[in-house]
Design a binder for this molecule. Structure first.
Ligand SMILES: C[S@@+](CC[C@H](N)C(=O)[O-])C[C@H]1O[C@@H](n2cnc3c(N)ncnc32)[C@H](O)[C@@H]1O
Length: 280
């Protein structure tokens, strides 16, 4: 006989100040959320697809916040979770924005692997230096997961891939691709090189090697720089080769001298990371 499946438990919540909603407070206040999530070891997944992916990747559910209408599509994956059921009005008031497919789940964070574990198992990695925008981090994870990258390393100042906005933009790719955070910006790249990676620094500098003429190695790390300043001179200096995506001379003349970091990540991953096994 099969084992009986645990059934989720519904608790009706009608009061905005109900303490059971504590995991869901101040959803639009990035700074407050960052400290609250770190303190409680949680993150929020939004919408049915992303919640399913978070659960499938082994993150335990703390609770789910949803409305009558959006509970059903999720019902089969909730196990014994507690579901706080609220009205549409209360949902909008708690979130302060239109919640994607009316469901938020508070999930437990799992311990992050170390940099050496991530780069030890991978051969194609992306290394992000001080990318502070959650949308950019989420979108880079999505490109990377789609285009053959098997590990991501973040410099200490990069935005949290498990912040709600990053998780949402990545469409759950943050659960599909192993990542780690460097403890030390200064020595961090050295560890990647010592693991046998060829370090390619992506820069808009049009004097660098064009992306289609780059020599690859068995292990390749693409370094992407911050939205404002780009890669630091230390990382540029430490790289084995500086690589550019050629820009139209007319654009350069008009002052469009770089790409958004997500667009650069997509082009570079497509050109340098995909495997001939699946792209021919
Ligand atoms: C908005 S750009 C930063 C621009 C900055 N002023 C600079 O000079 O690097 C953010 C990142 O995207 C990547 N990037 C942008 N345009 C690129 C291009 N044409 N070729 C290669 N990488 C590019 C680089 O990694 C860069 O650090």
């Amino acid at each position: 006989m099969g084992q009986a499946r645990a059934e989720y438990v519904i608790e009706y919540v009608t009061d905005f100040d109900d303490p059971r909603l504590a995991d869901y407070t101040s959803l639009r206040d990035v700074e407050l959320r960052k400290s609250l999530e770190a303190e409680r070891g949680l993150f929020l997944a939004e919408g049915e697809k992303v919640i399913r992916r978070a659960i499938a990747s082994g993150h335990p559910i703390r609770s789910v916040l949803t409305t009558e209408r959006w509970l059903k599509p999720l019902a089969d994956v909730l196990g014994g979770a507690t579901v706080y059921l609220v009205s549409d009005e209360l949902m909008s008031r708690i979130a302060g924005f239109q919640v994607h497919r009316g469901a938020l789940a508070s999930m437990e964070r799992l311990p992050l692997p170390s940099v050496s574990e991530v780069i030890g198992k991978a051969t194609r990695v992306v290394v992000l230096e001080d990318i502070v925008d959650h949308t950019n981090v989420g979108a880079i994870f999505r490109c990377a997961a789609a285009l053959g990258v098997d590990g991501i390393v973040l410099s200490p100042r990069c935005a949290d891939p498990l912040y709600r906005r990053a998780v949402k933009v990545s469409m759950g790719a943050v659960f599909a691709i192993p990542y780690a955070r460097m403890a030390d910006w200064y020595a961090g790249l050295g560890e990647v090189r010592e693991a046998g990676y060829r370090l390619l620094a992506l820069t808009p500098d049009q004097g660098a090697t064009p992306v289609d003429r780059v020599k690859l190695g068995e292990r390749v790390a693409l370094l992407l720089g911050s939205e404002g300043d780009g890669l630091s001179s230390r990382w540029l200096h430490e790289a084995d080769e500086a690589v550019c995506i050629p820009m139209s001379p007319a654009a350069m003349e008009a002052g469009v001298d770089s790409l958004n970091v997500v667009a650069a990540a997509a082009i570079a991953c497509h050109g340098l990371m995909r495997s001939s096994d699946w792209s021919s």
